[in-house]
Structure formats: structure tokens, C-alpha cells
Design a protein around this ligand. Structure first.
Ligand code: BEZ
Ligand code: FE
Length: 289
């Protein structure tokens, strides 16, 4: 085709994929071109705006390295990550819902026994967490591996702090014969996602805040079950309805109960005010599992 116009260019680009022998790649690229072209037409995109977009994506690439993934942050703040999670993890009724993975998981985090303190000296009020892992029929799931990670009282993950000698406020545990696991940590607080890059500039330019409501991340893996990647959010947090990465699900919000010093189930252990969280995780059985 020689007479490419604004009206036939979409068709022309898609036709160039005709020889692609990977049908899924062909489908995804054709759809991408269709939607990108529709976006350019619908907005009447100017050349200056196109250049600004290219500049933004270039800066996003330059900000990305093996420690910082600005493209994922962009996907998160545009709701693309959560949409992908939601459509790939539609759960049977009663199974715990999934949410975004986020950039702060570390594989090979230190292993702990039930009852241990995984806080590792991170600042924050004590939090005692008591959980069960069950399947959708209500059977306990023993031997599940649980990865836990969270921000501290200053709103930082250990991996964001330069020069820390060891991991803190993260670890792995295993569920016991009754499907229970429990540990001590610190109370998480709301924190802003990193704003020193182009995503932060986009949030500022659009009048959006960068905050995530306080939460603890969990990844629960058990033989025969679908892996669950989720968070438990702290009820009452001011950002539950405006999480900057759209990760909140009502079923994942739970009370983090405050106890005065010397009262409640950990009166003898906690030095002052402390909190408790109880949460039951329900895993869906893997197809054929
Ligand atoms: C997090 O919860 O750790 C997170 C998720 C998405 C973007 C930034 C942080
Ligand atoms: Fe987080």
C-alpha cells in the first residue's frame, strides 16, 4: 500500500503482521496497534504531545535498573497491574483475593519459626499476627510456605534503606498441622510510593497523591493450591479508598486491634502498647491439584 492516510494506516500496520507465525503475538500486537491508533485519533494528539510522551517513556527507562522498576510503577499507578491481576486471578467464592505484587519482595528472605519476631529491629509498635491457611472446603492446609514483607513505622521497606546489614520486617514461615502460622512484627503505616522519578512527576502533574494504605504483604504457596499473592490492609487507614496503585479489595481489609500496655493476649510480652491481627487465608485448589 502506497497511499497511506490517517484513515487506512491502522489496517496497513496490522497487515504487516500477516506473516507472524505466533498467533498470540499477532493478536496482542494487532490489538495494541488498534488501541494506540484509536487513542491518537480520539485525543487528536499533537506532535508536541507525542514528543512529550516519548520523553516521558525515555525518562521511565532511564530511571529503571535492577533495583528500581519505574515501568512497573507506571503500570501500577495507571491501574494496569491491578487489572491484569484481577482478570488472571478470579477466585472461587470464599477464596482470598489477590492483589498487586509490588516491587519490594525479596526471594530467599530469612526463614522463621512460628512465634518468632520477624521485625529484626525495624522501628514500630509491636504487632502480633495470627493466621490460618485453609482450602475452599475449609480444610486446614499444613506445610504452606508463607512469605511476609512490609514497611516499617517510617514507611520504608528494608530494601529501600542504604547500608542495612540484614533484612528486617520480612521473612518466610510455614503453616503447622492445623494450618496455622503466627509471628511478631511491627505495625505497618501508610507510605508513599517512590516519587523521585517520572511516575512521581505524573502524579504531581495530575493532582494525585502517592500514598498506599498500611498493609502487610503475603505470598502463600502450598502443594496442590494456586499461589496467593495478596496484602492485608489496616482497617481505618485514611488511604483505603484512594490507594495510588488501586490494590485495595474490601475482603482484604482487617482490624489491627490496639491493646494498652499490660492488657490483652500479649500483656506479659509486649513492653508497651501493641496490636494484634488475625486473618484466615483461603486458597483455591489448583486445576488438577
Ligand atoms: C507495595 O505495596 O509494596 C507497592 C506496590 C506497588 C507499587 C509500589 C509499592
Ligand atoms: Fe507494600
Amino acid at each position: 500500500m502506497r497511499n497511506i492516510t490517517e484513515h487506512n494506516i491502522t489496517e496497513a500496520v496490522i497487515a504487516r503482521f500477516a506473516a507472524c507465525d505466533d498467533p498470540r503475538l499477532k493478536e496482542v500486537l494487532s490489538s495494541l496497534v488498534t488501541h494506540l491508533h484509536a487513542f491518537v485519533r480520539e485525543t487528536g494528539l499533537t506532535e508536541a504531545e507525542w514528543a512529550k510522551g516519548i520523553e516521558f517513556l525515555t525518562a521511565t527507562g532511564h530511571k529503571t535498573d535492577d533495583k528500581r522498576q519505574e515501568f512497573i510503577l507506571l503500570s501500577d499507578t495507571l491501574g494496569v497491574s491491578m487489572l491484569t491481576v484481577a482478570q488472571n486471578h478470579s477466585k472461587p467464592a470464599h477464596a482470598t483475593e489477590a492483589t498487586v505484587f509490588g516491587p519490594f519482595h525479596v526471594s530467599g528472605a530469612p526463614g522463621f519459626d512460628n512465634g518468632d519476631d520477624i521485625g529484626g529491629g525495624a522501628p514500630g509498635e509491636p504487632l502480633y499476627v495470627n493466621c490460618t491457611v485453609r482450602d475452599t472446603d475449609g480444610n486446614p492446609v499444613p506445610g504452606a510456605t508463607i512469605d511476609v514483607w512490609q514497611a516499617d513505622d517510617d514507611g520504608f521497606y528494608d530494601v529501600q534503606l542504604e547500608g542495612l546489614a540484614a533484612h528486617r520486617a520480612r521473612g518466610t514461615l510455614r503453616s503447622n498441622e492445623q494450618g496455622r502460622f503466627w509471628f511478631r512484627t511491627v505495625l505497618p503505616v501508610a507510605y508513599p510510593i517512590p516519587t523521585d522519578g517520572p511516575v512521581g512527576a505524573m502524579l504531581l502533574a495530575t493532582g494525585r497523591h502517592p500514598w498506599r494504605p498500611a498493609h502487610v504483604h503475603f505470598m502463600v504457596q502450598a502443594r496442590g493450591c494456586d499461589t496467593l499473592i495478596t496484602h492485608v490492609f489496616r482497617d481505618g487507614d485514611a488511604y483505603l479508598d484512594s490507594d495510588t496503585v488501586f490494590g485495595v479489595r474490601a475482603s482484604l481489609v482487617a482490624p489491627f486491634v490496639a491493646h494498652k500496655a499490660g492488657t490483652g493476649p500479649h500483656a506479659g510480652e509486649a513492653p508497651g502498647r501493641y496490636h494484634t491481627l488475625a486473618f484466615d487465608f483461603v486458597l483455591s485448589r489448583a486445576v488438577g491439584g
